[in-house]
Design a protein around this ligand. Structure first.
Ligand code: PLP
Length: 395
């Protein structure tokens, strides 16, 4: 039987390769940090990790994980509601809701699961989900699993959102869903305007804070802090896999009734394993660190400003950013690939993005700044950008 199917897969794989869309994995042989080494022995400065606060290899976070391993073992071998809930899990959920100033929080194996399990328990065919066109794949999949009517508006387009809201008055309940920061441009969703429209048209609001929490806002607490929108956002989802340590884990946080119902009905929560103690205790350490000091966030913000200003001064076209993501616009797909390859030769690891990940003619190099970057790292990256930019006649 496999023969025919095997041929079919081989054709598919060849088509992906031929379209230039095949994703090859680069092997890293060091911890995730600013200076990494890849398997070929080559050293590089990493500017493409979601390690926004430099916590992926932070000694205090590692120590917390080691302590939890010693005290609470390795795995839970259970979902939460059977025998998979330790005191640590409840403490981390409390820490997350303190951080976002919400009633309660619920942990998942990943934010992909949080988004996959948030809509179906709360909404049905009588309701409407109104989603930004650039929302993350996990939101799109979560919406697909729910019977609610689906509406989509162009990225951050408030006129289109308003039109959707008008049509969706036909449904019982409405929820507007948006990423907090969009990963390709680094723009923050206009949550202030979204909340105003939500109020006018009686809709709930959900924000996925995966790229925004730990980054945007005066102390990095996400879009509510950035827009002073506390009390106006009903549901937040987020990840422990980016700014908050980078290991694994996701969460949904918001009103207590919403979280209570998710604990009863959300399928990725009910039917998937509980987070391991080491990950949970390390997560607690992350929120403790961020409570005690704003130093990491401040450094991360300063690094964004420094990099952006120097790159603009050097003549590069940088998308306006309000996050840790800096899009260096090159527009041409081949140029972006060539540019990224030459940057690696210069010891700078960045990735070129082009269609279909971004619109046609909008190819770019995405640079992600971190609190783990030192000034010397930034200077080396800028120097490499200028060298390669001159060689390729970009600047
Ligand atoms: C990264 C990301 C996710 C997925 O998070 P995981 O915890 O890695 O599953 C979900 N939503 C958004 C907006 C993201 O950027």
């Amino acid at each position: 039987m496999y023969g025919n199917f095997q041929n079919h897969l081989a054709v598919e794989l060849a088509a992906i390769e031929q379209a230039g869309l095949y994703k090859h994995e680069r092997i890293i042989v060091t911890p995730q940090q600013a200076a990494i080494k890849v398997q070929a022995g080559q050293e590089a400065l990493n500017f493409c990790a979601n390690n926004y606060l430099g916590l992926s290899n932070h000694p205090q976070v590692i120590r917390a994980a080691q302590e939890a391993m010693n005290e609470r073992g390795y795995g839970m071998s259970s979902v939460r509601f059977i025998c998979g809930t330790q005191d640590l899990h409840k403490e981390l959920e409390a820490a997350i809701s303190r951080y976002f100033r919400t009633d309660d929080a619920i942990l998942y194996a990943a934010c992909f699961d949080a988004n996959g399990g948030v809509f179906e328990p709360l909404f049905d065919e009588h309701d409407a989900i109104i989603s930004d066109a650039l929302n993350h794949a996990s939101i799109i999949d979560g919406v697909r699993l729910c019977k609610a009517q689906r509406y989509r508006y162009a990225n951050a387009d408030m006129d289109e959102l308003e039109n959707c809201l008008k049509t969706a008055q036909a449904q019982r309940y409405r929820i507007i869903v948006t990423d907090g920061v969009f990963s390709m441009d680094g723009n923050v969703a206009p949550v202030d305007k979204i909340c105003a429209l939500a109020e006018k048209y009686h809709a709930l609001v959900m924000v996925d804070e995966s790229h925004s929490a730990g980054v945007v806002g005066k102390t990095g607490r996400g879009v509510s802090e950035y827009f002073d929108a506390y009390g106006k956002i009903d549901i937040y989802t987020g990840t422990l896999g980016k700014a908050f340590g980078g290991a694994i884990g996701g969460f949904t946080t918001g009103h207590k009734e919403i979280i209570a119902l998710l604990r009863q009905r959300s399928r990725p929560y009910l039917f998937s394993n509980s987070l391991p103690p080491a990950v949970v205790k390390a997560g607690l350490e992350v929120f403790k660190l961020l409570d005690e000091s704003n130093e990491l966030h401040a450094r991360q913000q300063e690094n964004v400003r420094y990099f952006r200003d120097k790159m603009q001064a050097a003549g590069f076209d940088i998308k306006p950013t309000q996050s840790a993501i800096c899009a260096v616009m090159l527009y041409d797909a081949n140029l972006s690939q060539d540019f990224a390859a030459r940057m690696l030769d210069e010891g700078i690891y960045v990735v070129g993005f082009y269609y279909p990940v971004v619109p046609k003619g909008q190819a770019r190099i995405r640079v992600q700044l971190s609190a783990a970057h030192e000034k010397a790292h930034l200077d080396k990256a800028i120097e490499a950008f200028v060298k390669v930019g001159k060689a390729l006649k970009v600047v």
